[in-house]
Design a protein around this ligand. Sequence first.
Ligand code: SF4
Length: 199
Amino acid sequence: MTAPQALHAQMRACRRCLEAGYPITPGAVFSGPSTARVMVVGQAPGVTEAEAGRPFNGPSGRRLFRWLAEAGWDETTFRATQYMTAVTKCYPGKARGGKGDRVPTRAEQKLCTPFLEEELRLVQPALIIPVGGLAVRRFLGPVRLAEVVGTRLQDPEGRWIVPLPHPSGASLWLNRPENRERVGRAIDHLRRLRRELGV
Ligand code: SF4
């Protein structure tokens, strides 16, 4: 078994959060080859992603792939050649009150961190696209989306980071014209980096 295959088997078999008492639906959701140069990192899969076993499969995925298409990637090729994952990999269940999905706790994020670290080590992406506040803060620390969406940054390891808002929660955020401009600038960065990196 190759190292990526071993990691994927471990992630799929993982029950750490369930054993710690969190009401997740076990079954890690991620996709793409370890030869990818681009890694998209979301918050956690939603119910449609968990059912299909495919990241960004639902309405939020349609919006994300519209943004990626504007940057020059078509969905089929992107899914086949680039890596997609999340800070926590199992469906966290509905939020209390039933409105939307539960945000994974810090403890769950910590339990899942070794998997994301290992994915980063194996894939070694040249470009990371953290999607949504939780993923953005995982890479950039305690920042507000408005501070960083529209910028491109390079981390100490030389990886480009282009943050995006979460497409499922973006509607309200995107109601503000200045935020729509920020996303437009982020897409411009992605388009340029796609050419520069040849991905
Ligand atoms: S979210 Fe991560 S740590 Fe938690 S059970 Fe799923 S794979 Fe394991």
